[in-house]
Design a protein around this ligand. Structure first.
Ligand code: IPE
Ligand code: IPE
Ligand code: MG
Length: 237
């Protein structure tokens, strides 16, 4: 009797190691980010092949604004360029693009392209690709708490009504299930302010490979590791 291998519904990825990848090759860090975009493409393909429904990519953290201005600018340019060039193909493949994070801090141009790709791909029903942009867990929680506090102040919400479900529904991620698997490339083993509430019961996987070198095989390997884990949720067998 064969038992179906459990496939994560939602895989969240901390794409790390672009800078080191570039440095190893004597290139500018930006070159690493450019190479990393190609990895997003291949990872999406692999995810679709395996039947994963949601893939979240940590693309720019609230802390990343502190990087050198030239790198931040290059990342913004790359974001706009990629959104423009990838939209037709994503649409064709049935990928719906969403974002999490506070978009209001981005330039009007970046916001325009993000609105555009969300609008253009809204009908996609094969896989949802979520870009975490100007995202951090603490900032997301701060914004959610502020909104709830306002509702309490206006009498729209009672303090006692704030339960775990309402908190989840108040986060940027309200439209999707919690991640089942969190992958961070490049060997670093930390969350860096990513999906702290949502990843409470996620499985974690930390391959050594740098993000631009992450392949479809690496993705398949991550799913195998996931399938071998015993998710107990605090219970006993
Ligand atoms: C991840 O790669 C991409 C972003 C954070 C935008 P890094 O740029 O952090 O690469 P390393 O960690 O310096 O190698
Ligand atoms: C986390 O990577 C953020 C993204 C992948 C967008 P960083 O490279 O910025 O995180 P730290 O500095 O190693 O914690
Ligand atoms: Mg890094």
């Amino acid at each position: 009797m064969s038992i179906a291998k459990p496939i994560p519904q939602h895989v969240a990825i901390i794409m790390d190691g672009n800078g080191r990848w570039a440095k190893q090759r004597g290139k500018e860090r930006t070159e690493g980010h450019i190479a990393g975009v190609e990895t997003i493409r291949t990872t999406l393909r692999a995810a679709m092949r395996h039947g994963v429904r949601y893939v979240t990519f940590y693309a720019f953290s609230t802390e990343n604004w502190g990087r050198p201005e030239a790198e931040v600018n290059a990342l913004m340019e790359l974001l706009c360029k990629s959104v423009i060039s990838e939209t037709p193909d994503l649409k064709k493949q049935g990928v719906q693009v969403r974002t999490i994070g506070d978009r209001s801090r981005f330039s009007e141009k970046v916001q325009f392209y993000l609105n555009q790709i969300e609008h253009e791909t809204a009908e996609g029903d094969r896989l949802t690709m979520v870009l975490a942009l100007n995202y951090s867990s603490r900032d997301e929680l701060r914004r959610a708490v502020q909104r709830m506090a306002h509702k309490v102040a206006t009498g729209e919400l009672k303090a006692d009504e704030i339960d775990e479900q309402l908190i989840s529904q108040s986060l940027d991620t309200a439209f999707m299930p919690d991640p089942d698997l969190v992958i961070r490339t490049s060997g670093e083993q930390r969350l860096s302010n990513f999906l702290m509430w949502q990843a409470s019961y996620a499985e974690f996987y930390f391959p050594e490979v740098l993000w631009p070198d992450f392949t479809e095989e690496e993705f398949a390997r991550a799913l195998e590791v996931y399938a071998s884990r015993d998710r107990r949720y605090g219970l006993v067998k």
